[in-house]
Design a protein. Structure first.
Length: 364
């Protein structure tokens, strides 16, 4: 069948990488989002990966699409959920896509829910995927989503941080913020299991260090009071298999890149050098007990101090309507806005849109 989609193999990884890097984001900042050294292995690190390729008669890749499966909470229950992304097309390929074949390939994962992300200004891609087709499930909006790129110096000390009260006993707490130890893991998993189910699309944590490759116990932190975890989060640096590189500046950014130190003083991130791989962690699996904003703010302030020891920036993604999204709106930072959509492959599931959404930025 012409334009038939087939399963990618390890040997396709370098050509997949070349296709990814040929699709840079244009504008005053030319940015490539890539997966060196091997795209196939990079996707495989992030979960149960099913990668589809369309090839020409000579075996050259014309189009690729990735489907990464995780166990996530939907309406408080664990479901098979897949993120569909990594869609790249060879620039000179204008062939007709076999949408039924693509749909069949994706649904072979036997997931209940599929979701995808579209940048705010990528109306063309959204129009393509939202068009009703006989063989493709209709997509519906989940939420607006903001990726915040933050200079840790921009996180200021919370007001009245020494007067945070225990919400249960109405007593002042004496919190401890620290790196985690192996002996903390049972309590950490218990804490995460208690908090994750309160959100739609939150990954079910079973093994932090398998689900988040490259993460170690020393990357994880807790805020606690008398042994009770009040907040947890981890600094996940993915640059060993997934990278962002600014390849070129033009227009007004070509002028402003000379003033990187000034942007830092103003509280923004330093302007990266051309062709430099950005080095940053994603603040991931960040939850506070019962969505408490005081605990959340305390943890954020303390971990920002840890981040700036080794990094000039960090990233976190937040859905509109998340209980703590308002905190980041007050921080001087760079923002990328996108929209999350989903397709329901299990008609017995009706998503409760009153539940907040927690989508891990590092898994997009």
């Amino acid at each position: 069948m012409k334009n038939k989609i087939t399963q990618a193999k390890l040997a396709d990884g370098i050509e997949m990488l070349n296709l990814i890097e040929s699709n840079s984001a244009k504008g005053n900042i030319e940015l490539i989002y890539t997966r060196r050294p091997n795209a196939y292995l990079s996707y495989a690190k992030e979960g149960e990966a099913k990668i589809g390729l369309v090839k020409d008669d000579e075996g050259n890749i014309l189009l690729q699409i990735a489907c990464i499966v995780h166990n996530c909470y939907i309406n408080g229950e664990i479901r098979r959920v897949a993120y569909v992304g990594g869609i790249r097309k060879k620039k000179d390929y204008n062939g007709i896509l076999n949408w039924k074949d693509i749909s069949d390939f994706v649904t072979e994962t036997k997931c209940d829910i599929f979701y995808c992300s579209f940048l705010d200004d990528n109306k063309a891609a959204l129009n393509i995927f939202s068009k009703k087709r006989k063989f493709i499930p209709e997509i519906s909006p989940v939420c607006q989503y903001t990726t915040y790129i933050i200079n840790p110096d921009a996180i200021k000390k919370p007001k009245d941080r020494t007067n945070v009260m225990d919400k249960t006993n109405s007593k002042e707490i004496n919190y401890i913020f620290r790196q985690t130890r192996e002996s903390d893991l049972i309590a950490i998993y218990q804490f995460l299991n208690e908090e994750e189910h309160k959100y739609n699309f939150a990954p079910k944590t079973e093994d932090l260090f398998k689900q988040f490759p490259g993460l170690s116990i020393s990357d994880c932190y807790i805020l606690e009071d008398k042994g009770v975890i009040l907040a947890f989060g981890a600094l996940w640096n993915q640059k060993d298999y997934k990278q962002y590189i600014v390849t070129r500046y033009s227009g007004y950014m070509k002028f402003f890149k000379s003033f990187s130190k000034i942007t830092e003083i103003m509280g923004y991130i330093p302007i990266p050098k051309e062709n430099e791989i950005l080095n940053f962690p994603t603040l991931t699996m960040f939850y506070s007990k019962d969505n408490d904003s005081d605990y959340y703010n305390l943890f954020l302030y303390e971990i920002a101090k840890e981040i700036k020891i080794n990094y000039k920036m960090f990233i976190i993604g937040m859905s509109k309507g998340h209980p703590n999204d308002a905190i980041y709106k007050k921080v001087r930072c760079i923002k990328f806005k996108s929209n999350i959509y989903y397709a329901n492959n299990n008609k017995d599931i009706i998503i409760d849109h009153n539940k907040p959404v927690h989508i891990e930025c590092g898994l997009l």
